[in-house]
Design a protein around this ligand. Structure first.
Ligand code: MRU
Length: 359
């Protein structure tokens, strides 16, 4: 076992106690600049999630949880009724910042529910302290879940495998270690030699800007490709496994992830390559029977018509920009969560695994 270097960054970090603040590594500035955004109010956190300064399903959940704490600092002038009305309003608004990743709503509601459960049983200051403790617990649990996903998933990769990944499901997208990248990190730590194909991930380039950055930092052999090259690389026999993260997994295993994931799963099936999803159970949404009900975020046309501020399309052209797509469960060989490896991916197997979740 050769542990990799601890990442040099934390995507989300709370500094201090209830009067503290949130630090977000501004991922829109990577890889050129490592700049942190200091958030002292809820609106700054909302904007940071909306604009992908912080992104990745678990990371936006953690940021949203801390954001709710920032939005509920008690003011002398606020009555208890006003405070609880604000709690619901801030929680509801926070969840609107991004609709697809269920981790955001899950984490925000978890912190809100702690406050609701304590109503009448303590001062507002005590409730605020309990909310912060819950947000910290969500972050700590995520760290553990990512490590565990890595340990379970590493066994799916063989020595000398070439692994293709899409978007960024690494430390930047979580509390620390990642989900899809945790599988890769863990296999490398166990002594396997791997090579990673990194999809650049249009339109916002999370693959080239973020995943490649993380892999280079860890000294893991990686090659960047345009999304449209994946088919050719697979056809050349250069991919033995695909591993991606997830934003929401429905009860039947259908999985929403970054746009382009569904196409990759189809390509993997056509080439007989196993397609794996790595995600904590906080990404499972058993209230949705299938992926058809997963809300798909639609983003600004400018993300497609402009590259770093310069136009790359004629003014006035129509644009369609869904940020995520849904991969049907039948194309997924296994889902790796902190509880183990779910394979085959069935409604029953998912219910069993998610049922083991502590909260
Ligand atoms: O739009 P993004 O960058 O937030 O999309 C992120 C992804 O699609 C990730 O693969 C997913 O959130 C899993 S992160 C562990």
């Amino acid at each position: 076992m050769k542990p990799l270097a601890k990442p040099s960054f934390r995507a989300v970090e709370w500094v201090g106690n209830t009067d503290g603040h949130l630090l977000l590594l501004d991922q829109t500035r990577l890889p050129s600049d490592v700049v942190f955004l200091e958030c002292r109010d809820v609106d700054t956190v909302w904007e940071a999630i909306k604009t992908l300064r912080v992104r990745g399903a678990p990371a936006i959940g953690i940021a949203g949880a801390y954001g709710l704490c920032l939005g509920l600092r008690s003011e002398d002038s606020m009555s208890e009724d006003q405070w609880f009305a604000r709690l619901n309003a801030v929680a509801d608004r926070m969840i609107t910042s991004r609709p697809t990743a269920v981790n955001l709503a899950w984490a925000v509601r978890r912190v809100r529910d702690v406050a609701l459960a304590l109503r009448g049983g303590g001062s507002l200051e005590e409730i605020e302290a309990a909310m912060l403790a819950e947000a910290r617990a969500i972050e700590d649990e995520d760290r553990e879940m990512c490590r565990s996903i890595g340990r379970h998933g590493a066994s799916l990769l063989a020595n000398c495998d070439n692994v293709l990944t899409h978007c960024n499901a690494g430390g930047l997208a979580t509390s620390e270690y990642g989900t899809a990248l945790a599988v890769i990190f863990s296999a490398v730590e166990a002594g396997k030699r791997l090579h990673v194909w990194v999809d650049e991930t249009r339109p916002l380039l999370q693959g080239s800007r973020l995943t490649a950055w993380e892999l280079v930092q860890q000294g893991i052999s990686a090659t960047l490709i345009c999304d449209s090259m994946a088919a050719q690389v697979m056809r050349e026999g250069r991919v033995q496994a695909v591993v991606v993260g997830a934003d929401r997994i429905a009860a039947n295993g259908d999985t929403a992830n970054k746009i382009g994931t569904y196409g990759l799963a189809q390509l993997a099936a056509a080439h007989g390559i196993p397609f794996y999803v790595a995600a904590p159970t906080s990404t499972f949404d058993l209230s949705l029977a299938s992926g058809d009900a997963i809300p798909i975020e639609q983003r600004d046309a400018r993300e497609i018509t402009h590259v770093f501020g310069s136009p790359t399309a004629p003014a006035g052209v129509a644009v369609y920009n869904p940020a995520f797509d849904v991969t049907p469960a039948r194309l997924i060989r296994a889902i790796v969560c902190e509880r183990g490896v779910i394979s085959p991916v069935t409604t029953d197997a998912i219910a069993r695994c998610a049922g083991l979740r502590a909260k």
